[in-house]
Design a protein around this ligand. Structure first.
Ligand code: ADP
Ligand code: MG
Length: 467
């Protein structure tokens, strides 16, 4: 099937073609006809990550918008600022010929500017919940002409964290009029229909699930490494083995995202080039936008992020997703790893990808829950050996920043034995130096290297070589 067979405005088709999009994906093929139909019905659509859900609701919305009416006719609600901007650009890319105006509103940016945009008139409003509520409370938004409300990442929008906000917005939008609801996600709970029942009332609800038997895409290899100690060091070994072109590393906390990013950018034992940035919810909007845009433009090839980047974002050609901290919620796992193996590039090829998780006995339960949720086993792998080249490099640099503490201890013990048997004054000095370093390395301290003072922290295992 082609979009030209779907009774879609030729201006939209032309814009799609210019984006190299000619035939619908499965979710688009199934949902768009319901969206276009005159019958008042709602659509709940489930399809895997990267399968084109945005256009599955964007095309019918744009088709039904009257460009001559300058009031808001559709509201699209998304969980994050990044997704808000991305969806706005997808809508814009296919409205160039139909001249429909898109306004995006999200937190962290000037509300005054956004109010001005709304006053200038726009037919499609794309919003994050917090900012939208703020605008509603200020009386800046008029929902009287709204025909569609779409919840992208609908399960996230209706989970405990967002539900009160979304209910508030839906009550406001559906007070006097009854727009049609579009709910889309890769992971929709069975209860979702009940949750929105009070808004859909007795209307027809089409439930479309094209995710088949598995929630994750086939072209993404998934495996897990069991790592009990020295997580960062072992992660370096995995990175050296994988040498990812473009990767996202997910951490549980904002602090860890920042820390891992900093350690990676200082890491000397990587055997490939890594330009790394970090993104989390506490960064200024300007910094968030800059880092994401650098990653999109490939000025960075690695992002360390919290779940703020887990959903919906369509970065081109992400080769690897690493769960440095494996997520507790299986849904988060599905969305995180869905940043790789997507339809991508101007050629619109389906790419392959790898999703690699680090697991320890503390969080093995999370992996088990994920496997249960996915109804499949995730392959367990052994940590690769340290490549000889890297070890040589380390020796040459006289730098042991990331050597496993256990290895250092072992080498010190060997030295201790050797030196105590020889008991020469020169070697005992060296031996004492080694011991004192090992002892001092338990806390932040200053050691002398070629007459210069440097600060080293045991946390980073930064220890001067005793060779
Ligand atoms: P999802 O929301 O399901 O994760 P997106 O809507 O973000 O997926 O789309 C993923 C990628 O697929 C985007 O780069 C988009 O441009 C592309 N895409 C969407 N629909 C089609 C199509 N029919 N043909 C080719 N590429 C498409
Ligand atoms: Mg999406």
């Amino acid at each position: 099937m082609l979009f030209t067979d779907m009774n879609i405005d030729s201006r939209i088709i032309k814009a799609l073609e210019e984006n190299n999009i000619a035939s619908p994906t499965e979710i688009q093929e199934q949902c768009i006809p319901y969206g276009l139909s005159k019958q008042k019905s709602h659509v709940i659509g489930q399809a895997k990550t990267g399968s084109g859900k945005t256009l599955a609701f964007a095309i019918p919305i744009i088709e039904k918008i009257n460009p001559k009416n300058h009031h808001i006719q559709a509201v699209v609600i998304v969980p994050t600022r990044e997704l808000c901007k991305q969806n706005a650009s997808v809508f814009r890319s296919i409205t160039i010929y139909k001249k429909v105006k898109i306004v995006e509103v999200y937190g962290g940016a000037s509300i005054r500017v956004q109010i001005e945009q709304i006053h200038k008139g726009g037919q499609i409003l794309i919003a994050t919940p917090g900012r939208l509520i703020d605008l509603i409370k200020r009386g800046e938004i008029n929902f009287r002409q709204v025909k569609f409300v779409a919840l992208d990442e609908a399960d996230r929008m209706l989970d405990m964290g967002f539900l009160p906000d979304i209910e508030f917005i839906l009550f406001k939008t559906m007070k006097n009029i009854s727009p049609r609801l579009f709910l889309f996600s890769a992971t929709l709970l069975a209860e979702i229909k009940n949750i929105i029942g009070k808004f859909t009332k007795n209307d027809i609800v089409h439930e479309i699930d094209v995710s088949k038997d598995s929630l994750t895409v086939e072209n993404c290899d998934q495996y897990a490494y069991n790592i009990e100690n020295n997580k960062f060091w072992n992660f370096i070994r995995i990175l050296n083995e994988e040498r990812p072109d473009f990767s996202i590393i997910f951490t549980k906390t904002k602090r860890n995202a920042e820390k891992i990013s900093q350690r990676l950018s200082q890491e000397r034992n990587l055997n490939f080039g890594l330009k790394v940035g970090f993104v989390h919810g506490d960064l200024s909007q300007a910094k968030r936008e800059k880092t994401v845009s650098m990653f999109r433009k490939r000025e960075l090839n690695c992002l360390v992020a919290t779940n703020v980047l887990a959903r919906g974002l369509d970065f081109p050609k992400v080769s690897h997703v690493f769960n440095y901290d494996i997520p507790r919620d299986p849904e988060d796992y599905v969305h995180r790893i869905g940043r790789t193996a997507r339809i991508t590039g101007v050629e619109r090829n389906v790419t392959t990808g790898k999703a690699i998780s680090l697991v320890s006995s503390d969080n093995r339960m999370y992996l088990k829950n994920i496997e249960k949720f996915l109804k499949r086993k995730i392959e367990k792998r052994q940590i690769p050996n340290v490549p000889k080249k890297v070890l040589k490099e380390k020796k040459r640099n006289n730098f042991h920043s990331q050597i496993e503490p256990r290895m250092i201890k072992k080498s010190l013990n060997q030295k201790r034995k050797k030196y105590s048997s020889q008991n020469t004054s020169k070697s005992s000095t060296t031996y004492r130096k080694g011991l004192s370093l090992q002892k001092n390395s338990k806390k932040n301290h200053s050691v002398r290297k070629r007459g210069k003072s440097k600060n080293y922290s045991s946390k980073n295992h930064k220890i001067i070589s005793t060779h």
